[in-house]
Write a protein that binds this ligand. Sequence first.
Ligand code: HEC
Ligand code: HEC
Length: 309
Amino acid sequence: MIEHRKGISIAVLLIMAPPLVTLIATAHQMIGTGGDGLIRAKAVTASAPTATQAPATAPAASGAPGATPTATPGATPGTAPAPTAAAAPPKPPAPVPGRSALDFSASRPAWETFLHDADPAAGKQLAANGKPAAGVQACVACHGQAGITPSGGIFPNLAGLSSEYLAKQLADFRSGARVQPLMNTVARALSEQEIGQVAAYYGTLAGPPMHVGEFGGDAARKLDVQGDGARALPACANCHGLRGMGEGPLIPRLAGQSREYFTDQMNAFRNGSRQNDDVGVMRAFSQRLTDAEIQALAAYYAGPAPQQR
Ligand code: HEC
Ligand code: HEC
C-alpha cells in the first residue's frame, strides 16, 4: 500500500515538473525583457546582431530560453498541458507563434483610429485636388495618377501598399517620426480624418506590374530568398513576402519602387535618418549590407525603369 502511494507521488511529480519548469523559465524571461517580450529598438541598434543572431549563427540553440527575446511569446504559461495527461508528458511542443505584421509596431498606434470608417471616395478627391487653401499640392502631382509615379526617382508608388502602412507613414511624417521635408509639410496640413481617407483610397489601388528578379543578379536574389546566416541577415522575403510583394498590414511592398527611392530608404535606415521602423529591424539589417548589395537589391526589386516598361 505504502509502496503504491509512493508510486503515485512520483508519477504526479513527473507529470507536474515540465510545466512548472516552463512556467518558471517564462516568468524569469519575461522579467528579463521588461515584461512584454518586445525587441527594443535600442537593443537592436546598440549591438546589432542580437535580434536575429540566434537562428542564423546558432541553429542548435534555437528554442533555448533566453536565445532571443522574440522567441518568448510561444512559451506562455497557457500552453502548458493539463497535468491530467496519462503518461509523463514530454516537454510541450511550444507552438510557433504566427508572425503578425503588427508584431513590428510597439503598441496600439494612434493612426488605427484614423482609418475608422474612412471614406476612400473622399480620399480620391483629396489625392486629385490636394488642399489648395492649406497649400497642399495634389498627391497625384508627385505620386502619379493612380498611385504609380510615371518617372520613379525619389517619389514612391503608393499603389500596392496597404491602407495601414500608408496611414502609419503619414502619421509618422505628421509627428516627425519620419523626416522628409516635402512629406512633413503635406502630412502636417492634413487632418487625422483626411489621412485615413487618402490611406483608404490608395490602399484600394493595385501596384505596378511585377518585374522583380529581372535585374540585380544572383547576389540580390540570394539575399531576398535566403538571406545570409553568416551576417545574421534573414531573407527579405521572410518579412516582405515573396518577391517583395509586401506582407500583412505593415510590411510594405518593395516590388516596383524605383531604384532611387529604394536606395534612399536603405541608406536612411542605415545612417539612422529614418528611424520609424518601430523595433529597429530595418536599421539593423541595412547596416549589414554593402553599398553594392543595396544597389543590386534596388535593381532587383525595381525592374526596368518606368519609361521602359
Ligand atoms: C511635392 C511632392 C509630393 C506631394 C505633393 C506628395 N508627396 Fe508623398 N512623398 C513625396 C516624396 C519625395 C516621398 C518620399 C519620402 C522619403 O524619401 O522619405 C513621399 C512619400 C510618401 C509616402 C511614403 C511611402 C512609402 O513607401 O513609405 C506616403 C504614404 C505619401 N508620400 C503619401 C502622400 C499623400 C497621401 C499625398 C497627398 C496628400 C502626398 N504624398 C503628396 C513627395 C510628395
Ligand atoms: C524582420 C522583418 C523584416 C525583414 C527581414 C526585412 N524587412 Fe524591410 N521592412 C520591415 C518593416 C516592418 C518595414 C516598415 C517600417 C516602417 O514601419 O516604416 C520595412 C521597410 C522596408 C523598406 C522601406 C519601404 C518603403 O516603402 O519605404 C525597404 C526599402 C526595405 N524594408 C527593404 C528590405 C530589404 C532589402 C530586406 C532584406 C535585406 C528587408 N527589408 C528585410 C521589416 C523587415
